[in-house]
Every structure is written in C-alpha cells, then in structure tokens.
Design a protein around this ligand. Structure first.
Ligand code: HEM
Length: 406
C-alpha cells in the first residue's frame, strides 16, 4: 500500500487552504479498517467540523485575517456550551427524584466539577480573542450585523437550566429576551428550559429534605435559633455595659443590624417578602437545609452535599467572571457608546448582567452572614450523629440524652 499517496480523492478539501497543503484528515486510505471499526476523522466528523469556518470577508477582495479567530473562538464556545448542557441535564435528571440516591453523590460532584473546569477554560479563552485589535475588528464588524452573541441559544439554555429568573433579567432593547428569536423550534426549546425544573429548584427540593430539619426529630432550626438569640443577647449586654458613649453607639448599631438580619431569616414573612423582591431565591426550608449542611459539613453524610454547594457557588462565580471578561473585551473592542450588533445598548446592557440578579445561587453566598462560631454550633444528639454517619454501628450504645460535642 502506498502510504505517500497524494491522490486528491484521499484529501479533504477545506475552505481557504491551498490544495498543496491538503491533509488527509480522514486517513482512511492508508489503513485496513477492522470490520465495524472507524478512524479518527470519521468518528469525529473532522472534515465537517473544519468546513464550518466561512469568513464573510473571504467573499470580498479584502479577507480579514482575524475573522478566522473570531469564528473559531465563538464555535469553540458553542461546543463547550453543549458539553455544559450535557452535564447539567444529567445532574438535573439525577436530582429530579423524590429521594436522590446518595450513591449518586459522587457522580453529581464529578460532573459539576467538570462544569467548573470547563467554565474556567471559557473565562480564560476571552484573552485569546483579545489579541485581535479593535482596528482589526472594525474591518469586519459591519458585515456581522445583526448577528450577536445575544442570539446564542445554548447560552440561554444554560442560564435557564441553572435557574436564572426571567423576571430578574434586564430587558433587552425594552423587550423580552425571547423576542430576538424567530425560529419556532428554538423558541419552544428555550420556553421548555424556562418551564422545566431548573438545577436551582431541584437543589432546593433536595435541601428541604436535609436530615435533621424535621421538627419532631433533631429540629435544627429551633436549636440554631436558640443559639443565635443567646449570641445576640450577649452582644446587647456587652453594648449596654460599655461606658464610652461613642463605642456604645457603635456596638448598639452593630447589634441592631445583626438582629434585623437574623430576623429576616427567622421570620418567614420577612423571608418571603425578600423572595418576592428577588433578593432571596431559596425557599425558607431550603435555606435551613443549606445552613445545616454548611454547619455540620464535617459529618460524613454531609461531606458530599457541602462539596456540591461549593461547586454551585463556583459555577455562579465563574459565569459572572465570564460576563465580566466579556464586557471588558466589548469595552476594548467597541467602547461604551456603540450599540451591539444585536441592537442592545452594548456595554451598558452587558454591565447590567453583572449584578446579583443574574446569580442563581446567591443565597449560598449569603449563608456566610448567618454562620455561627464552631464552638456555638448545637451539638448533635447521638441519634442525629448516627444518621449523619456512614457507619451503621456508631452510637449503638448511646441514648439520646447523651450529647456528643465535637
Ligand atoms: C469582539 C468580540 C465580541 C464583541 C465586541 C461582543 C459584543 C457583544 C455585545 C455588544 C453584546 C450585547 C448584545 C448586542 O447588542 O449585540 C454581546 C452579547 C453576548 N455575547 Fe458577545 N461579543 C464578543 C465576543 C463574544 C464571544 C467570543 C462570545 C462567546 C460565545 C460571546 C457571547 C455573547 C453572549 C452569550 C451574549 C449575550 C449576553 C447576555 O445577554 O447576557 N461574545 N456581545
């Protein structure tokens, strides 16, 4: 067999590549393929993939070199978006059950961790496109209108599947974000992603079932509330005892502020009012679960759930970082006073998406406000210790009146 064959039929004709440089990307001619087997190029459809870059300036007399980078970058993003959706959907599927099998915890953490690593890549990827100068971008920008990243269906799917709330979105040119799409199939797909339970909703349902929240059992919330009230009372007493008037005022202000904050989680009506305003997203019960997992994360059964909460915060942070890097790049490329090719105010619209309104797991970040010192965490009863243990025989000889202090 002639391995050095330069038969044109073995080569793949790729756009814009001189025929002298044609490579045999499918490489199928030089090997005997085992029955049922396939080669790299066929399996990955490399020829199809590499024929998807069609710079619009290639049709003019003035092909702009950097348009190729612009296309490749966007396509690479879309491919990674597809993978993120694949992972998020699988996690949603596992979590969309009344009882999430704890054996699946490792799968959930590994897949969310994968999303985190992909997002890290995507955040950094912006810098490659930034090697294109605004002057170079100007040479082909006008050809792109009205194409815009705003029309990225997969980006909207990711947002909705994670749980970005529609009512918290910034209106785009005073209209709903869906208005930009024309294809009925695409509109249906995005609508479906709005209606299906988001990862955030499924997480809340799962957190609401956190062992230890049951009122007739460990009743974490009552125990936690008692400790917080004691701590606040101690603060108040210290403030009252202060003889320096200036210092006293400071301490009392601090006490008042803390009391109001804690009141907003103890008083369900206040919590619900914050939810209605969009300042809080988690249900009252889910917030309790998240707090319990955070405080007792050292207990074996809470190790993985705590890890999941951390990963979800990472995902939120990284998406915000991507938004930030993207908006900085937009500023660099077109400045703050040009409209986007998609018709928005451009930089100013994108700036608005950096706010907490676009964060999905904002309540997880805010949990830090409600943490209490380790030595004040209500001790677990032996029964609760056993429930949170992975060892069946722990506490076998203990009764509920004995308290384990960590
Ligand atoms: C020269 C580089 C880029 C410029 C100047 C740019 C500019 C813009 C502008 C002005 C908008 C606002 C919508 C509009 O009116 O068009 C936008 C939105 C968007 N762009 Fe880019 N973009 C660039 C690169 C990218 C890349 C590489 C991606 C990767 C997929 C991307 C994805 C998006 C997405 C998803 C939105 C919608 C964001 C949202 O609504 O929250 N952009 N872009």
């Amino acid at each position: 067999m002639d391995c050095s064959s330069n038969n044109m039929s073995d080569s793949v004709q790729t756009n814009g590549i001189d025929s002298n440089f044609n490579m045999d990307l499918s490489a199928s001619a030089s090997r005997v393929i085992p029955k049922g087997g396939m080669l790299y190029g066929e399996y990955l459809h490399v020829d199809r993939l590499l024929s998807c870059q069609e710079p619009v300036t290639a049709q003019t007399n003035n092909e702009v070199h950097d348009e190729h980078l612009f296309i490749i970058t966007h396509q690479a993003y879309e491919l990674w978006f597809k993978q993120i959706i694949h992972e998020i959907d699988s996690v949603r599927l596992i979590m969309n059950r009344r009882d999430v099998d704890e054996a699946n915890m490792l799968i959930i953490t590994s897949r969310l961790n994968r999303v985190v690593l992909i997002l890290k890549l995507l955040v950094d990827q912006v810098t490659i496109l930034e090697t294109m100068t605004p002057l170079d971008f100007m040479e082909f920008r006008n050809f792109l209108s009205p194409a815009s990243g705003f029309q990225s269906v997969q980006f909207r799917l990711i947002e909705n599947k994670l749980g970005v709330k529609n009512e918290l979105r910034t209106n785009y040119g005073k209209s709903h974000y869906l208005k930009i799409f024309e294809n009925p199939k695409v509109i249906d797909l995005i609508r479906l992603s709005e209606q299906e339970p988001s990862l955030c909703e499924l997480l809340q349902q799962w957190l609401e079932r956190t062992p230890g929240l049951e009122k007739n059992e460990f009743n974490f919330w009552e125990k936690y509330k008692t400790v917080v009230m004691e701590l606040l009372e101690r603060n108040r007493t210290e403030a009252d005892k202060e003889t320096d008037e200036q210092q006293k005022t400071l301490l009392l202000d601090d006490w008042k502020r803390k009391s109001e904050l804690f009141d907003s989680i103890f008083d369900v009506n206040k919590h619900n009012a914050l939810m209605a305003r969009g300042d809080r997203r988690f249900t009252h019960k889910a917030l309790q679960g998240a707090l319990m997992v955070s405080l007792y994360r050292d207990e074996p059964r809470f190790n993985q759930p705590f890890h999941i909460l951390m990963l979800l915060m990472d995902i939120d942070s990284l998406i915000t970082k991507w938004r930030y890097n993207h908006v900085e790049m937009v500023l660099r490329m077109i400045g703050a006073h040009q409209f986007g090719t998609g018709g928005s105010s451009g930089y100013h619209y994108l700036r608005s998406t950096l706010s907490d309104r676009y964060k999905v797991f904002v309540d997880l970040f805010n949990l830090s406000t409600f943490l209490i010192p380790r030595n004040c965490i209500p001790p677990l009863t032996p029964r609760m210790k056993k429930r949170l243990s992975v060892m069946e025989d722990i506490g076998e000889n203990m009764n509920d009146s004995e308290q384990i202090v960590d």
